[in-house]
Ligand binder design. Structure first.
Ligand SMILES: [Zn+2]
Ligand SMILES: [Zn+2]
Length: 308
């Protein structure tokens, strides 16, 4: 599991930072990639990475501002040309369907795969046996969502050595023991499966938040997260500006991570007014509040290890 940033700028593309998009690489977990936002030229950015568009399974759009959305029709079309045949689901606010369907229809773009568009509300928007994704509304003037990706705990490993020591040989019985059932062995001995399974491996939590002012919903989404991706459009001194434009400062983002008890914060959506030393200043401001902070750059990747 790894976050790979494709665009980390705010509002308009800049040479150093393209507009918003970040990939959550789930290659080991499910052999797929999930994208969060798809600003213009996201597909061009992808060309510089190992991401395969046909492996993109889900795209989560935080909100419908162009710097988070305008790359979507192009990427959807190219995925079809690049032999993408597996279904793709795009989640996002109301209006997403009209935007995508209009763009595809007027340009005569035909997709050779099944495209599902899900206009979301708050709550659980995706759930399967490995992951749950929860959405909540943030505070950005227009509807803007944050997403909390929760990996389910993995059952503990079967303690094979202990079973072998008891003379239990591999077979269908191992499956029952792994499920924690009580089973009777051939010699009549009854064993409790739970005693032969190691502790579960804790799942990871990743929060990717759309544009927002400092708000309570962001803290709830980021609660105990392994990683929080939060916008920091402005320096701490520009609190007034951030508030007026429904954005966050470095300190707002850091305060969210701190109050949420998160493990790591990654700042993104950086205004092009901050370059070089000024960008490092942003990082220093956030670290003053929440030390384990990083500043995203285009093509920067951040592995998300499992807790030992
Ligand atoms: Zn934006
Ligand atoms: Zn926005």
């Amino acid at each position: 599991m790894e976050l790979l940033f494709l665009g980390t700028g705010a509002g308009v593309p800049a040479k150093e930072r393209n507009v918003s998009s970040v990939a959550l690489q789930l290659l080991d977990e499910r052999g797929t990639t999930w994208l969060f936002d798809c600003g213009e030229a996201t597909q061009h950015q992808i060309l510089h990475t190992a991401i395969r568009p046909r492996r993109i399974e889900h795209i989560f759009i935080t909100h419908l501002h162009g710097d988070h959305l305008f790359g979507l029709p192009g990427l959807l079309g190219s995925r079809s040309f690049q032999s993408g045949e597996t279904p793709l689901t795009v989640f996002g606010p109301s209006g997403l369907r009209a935007f995508v369907e209009t763009a595809l229809a007027v340009s005569g773009t035909k997709l050779r795969y099944e495209l599902n568009i899900v206009e979301i509300d708050e709550g659980v928007i995706f759930d399967d046996d490995r992951f749950t994704v929860i959405a909540k509304r943030l505070d950005h003037g227009m509807t803007s969502y944050g997403f909390r990706v929760v990996e389910k705990d993995l059952p503990g490993p079967l303690l094979v050595d202990r079973l072998k020591a008891l003379g239990v040989r591999p077979g269908p019985i191992y499956q029952q023991i792994k499920q924690g059932k009580t089973v009777m062995l051939d010699d009549g001995t009854v064993i409790d499966g739970r005693e032969f399974v190691g502790p579960p491996q804790k799942g990871r939590i990743v929060a990717v938040l759309g544009d927002t002012r400092f708000c309570e919903a962001a803290i709830e989404l980021a609660r105990d997260a392994d990683v929080v991706v939060h916008e920091a459009t402005f320096a701490a001194a520009e609190q007034r500006l951030a508030h007026d434009y429904f954005h966050s400062t470095t300190k707002d983002a850091a305060e969210v991570a701190k109050r949420a008890g998160a493990k790591q914060l990654i700042l993104t959506h950086i205004s092009s007014r901050y370059q070089g030393a000024a960008a490092l200043q942003l990082l220093a401001e956030a670290r003053g509040v929440f030390p384990n902070t990083e500043l995203a750059a285009d093509f920067a990747s951040f592995p998300i290890p499992r807790e030992k």
